[in-house]
Structure formats: structure tokens, C-alpha cells
Design a protein around this ligand. Structure first.
Ligand SMILES: [Zn+2]
Length: 496
């Protein structure tokens, strides 16, 4: 077939798959934001139908021919499409339908068992399900590529282009860099919490103002309330964010809005003109997370940002009398806790590293499922200095394993690593960065991210996009230095 006819057919077909993905995303958003509870079974049937349709379109055998025609193309978009679509096509083709069914069943049983086990704080109730999920995931990895490390095959779904070896190396150095900082901070007097209440309706207005100031386009999005905040990119012109506002925790709600706005700015800045080529999508979960965490932490918890925010607060809540110093200190409290989702910037990555090390050990066969709670508790004691008193607040706290989402956790820490190198680069290239932030002028920051990250879509793999954006930087050193500079200084601790 003529190359261009073949390419046009491919783009047509992939655009249909992407449209379907947007439809499913809309249903998912509706489910979490608007849907009445009784609609659950109906929605389940709707989603199952669309999933089946999407799978059929993804294993369409014409794709193999179109991919063959793309072989050796010089065009960057076609080359990227060959890589991205080829990977998805091979994965979908190689996993036997029977295994897909077994996994779907194991996931729903696993979820129910996890809920029950967590409620009774009894890991043994979940252990057989976890064994089964691990075994099926190993088989799934072997079906996709029997010659690679099974964990890397699974990791590829979230962070293609990242190797187990590079994670192992970076995470070990990060762990060894963070523990001394945490120990030094733990010896110092604790910083105060904000300790004030703020009317939720008026908070909403503040959140909208902050998201708009960062550059979030409300004509192509919405801000709604959800139990667990998330962002959903449905395609060009429709990228929605959600947040969770409570009267007594201004900073956590605002942090969530800024975090989701960071994800949304990425989605709004993707190269939508390349729809139908796989290139108009984010390059990886880790890169996505780098965008949310860059805004939430590097910018949103900085002293200059707090100076700006204090002015906005003064306008929305004149009676509260919260100044910038109080905001800054309350935003950067460090606490050695048990729960990942409540963790601060310093301890967060240690929570992720524990999970990564244990997942890897289970896949490599050096840790048996029955020994998991003890291994978990021992690592928490060693890295964080706290020991869970129960399985519910320890090994059972996260839902991910019940859905066989092995290889997902590293994305969170990869995001922090990438974000710190982006921050260091921006500080070097934009000398008046912090004066701009203090003035509420975020446009040059967004322009930098648009140029280096967002507009690249999935042309290259995430590690290549980051490398092109920041050059030869040591992400681990960037993150550890940044945390020392902000939290070490706030607590009066010196890097030894
Ligand atoms: Zn996120």
C-alpha cells in the first residue's frame, strides 16, 4: 500500500480509539463527580461494553500492516507512533484472552478481600488474593516478553523507557540521602500547624483564582468536588480537575487543587494537533506526576508563593489574619508518619521506596507473601523510625496491590525526582523566577514547561524528554539538595 494511504488509515483508526478513550474518561469523571449511587451496575455495563470495543480496535490486525509500513520512517511523529502504538499492539496481542479474564476476576475478588482485610486489620485475609494476583501478573509479564525482568515489563505500562536497574540505583541513593535529613529534622522543635478554619464556599473562590493564576484555562475545563481529587484529560478543549475542600484544612485542599492544576496544565498543553498518532498523550505517569508536584511543592510551598498567597487570603478571608510566615511554616511541616497519602515532601519518597523494594523482592522471589507484613514493618522502622501498630495502618493501607497495579508506585517518586531537576534548571535559566512568583506572575514558568515538556507529548520517552529539558543533571542530588535547602533551613538543621 502507498505509505500515505496507510498512514491516513492508521491515523483514522487511532483517532477513533482516542475518541473512545475520551468517552470512557467522561463516564469515569461522571461516576466520581455526578452519578447517583444506584447507577453503579448500569455504569458497569456501559464501561464493560466500551472496554470490549476498545480492545477489539486495539488488536485489529490491520495495525500490524500499518506498523510495518512505518518501519524506518524519518519523520519524528511517525517514528514515535511506530514505537508507542507498536508497544500497545504487541502487549494487547500477546496476552491470552483467558489470562485477561482471570486477572479481571482476581482484581475484583482482590478488591473485596482487601476491603475486608483492612476493616479487620488482618493481612491473612488478603494474602491468598495477593499470591494469586502476583502469579497472574508474572504470567502476564512473561506473555508480553519472557526475556525481560517481569517487573520492568509491568513498569513499562506506567513509565515506558525507565529500567529496573536505574530505579534501583536512584532509589537506593535517594533513601540514603533522605534518612540523615529526616533524622536531623526529628531532633528539632516541630513547626506549628495553620490551626484556623475557613468557610468552604469562600475557599472555592480562592481555589479558582489560584488555578486561573497558574494558567489553568477554565474555558477548557472545570473545577469540581470529589472524594479523592483527580484530573481527567478527555482531549483538546476538555481537561477537568477536582478537589477536596474542608473547613479545617485549608492547605491540604489548596495543595490538591494546585497539584491537579499541574496535571491539567500538562494535559492542556499537549500537542493536540497530533491526535490520532499516539503523540498527543503524556509520555509517562512519572512525567505527569512531575508536573503536578512541581507546582504543588516546588512553587506552591515556596516562601515567595506564600507571600503572594497571603495577599490573596487577606482578600478572601480578611478576618483570618494569616501571614506569609505562618503559611510557609505550616506548608512545610515534616512528620514521621505511617500513612503515605498524608506524608510530607521529605518522608513521601521513603513511603514509595519501601513499596518499590518490597514489590521487587516479591517479583524476584526473595520475599514470600506471608512474610510481607513483617518486612513492611521492619522497613518502616528502619527508614522512617515508626513501626505500624496494625496491618490496616501498615501493609494494607493502599488499594493498588488489590488491583494488581504492580510497578505503579515508582511513578510518584520519579515525578519528584524530575520535578526537582526542572526546578533547579528553571532557577538557573530564569534569574527573576522568585520575584515573578511573589508577584503572582506564573506565565514564564508555564512557558518553560510548555516548551520543554508539554508540547513534546509522547514524541520521545519520558527520560529523554527530561534529559533534553534539563541536561545532564543528577535528579537524586537535585531532590536531596532542594529538600535540605527548604526543610533543613526551616527546621534549623545543617547538612553534614
Ligand atoms: Zn498526581
Amino acid at each position: 500500500m502507498n505509505d500515505n494511504t496507510s498512514w491516513d488509515s492508521l491515523v483514522d483508526h487511532v483517532a477513533r480509539i482516542e475518541t473512545l478513550r475520551g468517552v470512557m474518561g467522561t463516564l469515569g469523571w461522571d461516576e466520581q463527580v455526578m452519578m447517583p449511587p444506584k447507577a453503579q451496575p448500569l455504569r458497569g455495563a456501559q464501561r464493560a461494553l466500551l472496554s470490549r470495543l476498545g480492545h477489539e480496535w486495539l488488536i485489529d490486525e490491520r495495525i500490524g500492516g500499518w506498523l510495518a509500513d512505518l518501519e524506518g520512517s524519518d519523520d519524528p511523529v511517525r517514528r514515535a507512533c511506530h514505537r508507542n502504538l507498536g508497544r500497545t499492539y504487541r502487549r494487547e496481542q500477546r496476552i491470552p484472552a483467558e489470562l485477561v479474564d482471570q486477572l479481571a476476576r482476581a482484581r475484583s475478588e482482590g478488591f473485596a478481600a482487601w476491603i475486608d482485610a483492612k476493616k479487620h486489620s488482618d493481612f491473612a485475609r488478603f494474602a491468598p488474593n495477593l499470591e494469586r494476583l502476583l502469579e497472574l501478573s508474572r504470567r502476564r509479564a512473561a506473555a508480553i516478553d519472557p526475556d525481560r525482568h517481569p517487573y520492568e515489563v509491568l513498569l513499562e505500562e506506567f513509565d515506558p523507557g525507565t529500567s529496573v536497574a536505574s530505579l534501583r540505583e536512584m532509589f537506593a541513593r535517594l533513601r540514603d540521602g533522605l534518612t540523615p535529613l529526616l533524622m536531623a529534622i526529628a531532633d528539632r522543635p516541630q513547626l506549628p500547624e495553620l490551626g484556623a478554619t475557613f468557610d468552604p464556599d469562600r475557599q472555592q473562590a480562592l481555589h479558582r483564582e489560584v488555578a486561573a493564576a497558574l494558567g489553568y484555562d477554565f474555558d477548557g475545563g472545570r473545577l469540581d468536588h470529589a472524594e479523592h481529587p483527580f484530573t481527567t484529560g478527555l482531549g483538546a478543549g476538555d481537561v477537568r480537575i477536582t478537589t477536596h475542600i474542608t473547613a479545617d484544612d485549608l492547605l491540604s485542599g489548596l495543595g490538591a487543587t494546585i497539584h491537579e492544576a499541574g496535571h491539567a496544565l500538562y494535559e492542556q498543553g499537549l500537542p493536540h494537533e497530533h491526535a490520532g498518532t499516539t503523540v498527543s498523550y503524556a509520555a509517562s505517569y512519572g512525567l505527569h506526576e512531575s508536573q503536578s508536584r512541581f507546582w504543588e511543592n516546588f512553587i506552591g510551598r515556596s516562601r515567595p508563593f506564600c507571600n503572594w498567597l497571603a495577599g490573596r487570603l487577606e482578600e478572601h478571608f480578611p478576618e483570618a489574619g494569616v501571614d506569609a510566615e505562618r503559611l510557609f511554616r505550616a506548608s512545610n511541616r515534616v512528620e514521621r508518619g505511617l500513612i503515605r497519602v498524608q506524608a510530607d515532601e521529605v518522608t513521601y519518597n521513603l513511603h514509595v521506596i519501601v513499596r518499590f523494594e518490597l514489590e521487587l523482592a516479591m517479583f524476584e522471589g526473595t520475599l514470600a507473601v506471608k512474610d510481607l507484613p513483617e518486612a513492611w514493618n521492619a522497613r518502616y522502622a528502619e527508614y522512617l523510625g515508626v513501626r505500624p501498630e496494625s496491618d490496616a495502618r501498615g501493609v494494607l493501607q493502599d488499594v493498588h496491590w488489590s488491583g494488581a497495579a504492580f510497578g505503579y508506585f515508582p511513578s510518584y517518586t520519579l515525578g519528584n525526582l524530575y520535578a526537582s531537576s526542572l526546578g533547579a534548571t528553571l532557577e538557573r535559566e530564569l534569574p527573576d523566577l522568585w520575584t515573578r512568583v511573589e508577584a503572582g506572575d506564573f506565565a514564564p514558568i508555564l512557558a518553560f514547561l510548555r516548551d520543554r515538556i508539554h508540547s513534546r507529548g509522547h514524541l520521545d520517552e519520558a527520560p529523554e524528554i527530561i534529559h533534553a529539558a534539563v541536561g545532564d543533571r543528577d535528579h537524586v542530588e537535585d531532590l536531596v539538595s532542594y529538600l535540605w535547602a527548604r526543610h533543613g533551613a526551616l527546621y534549623g538543621a545543617e547538612r553534614g
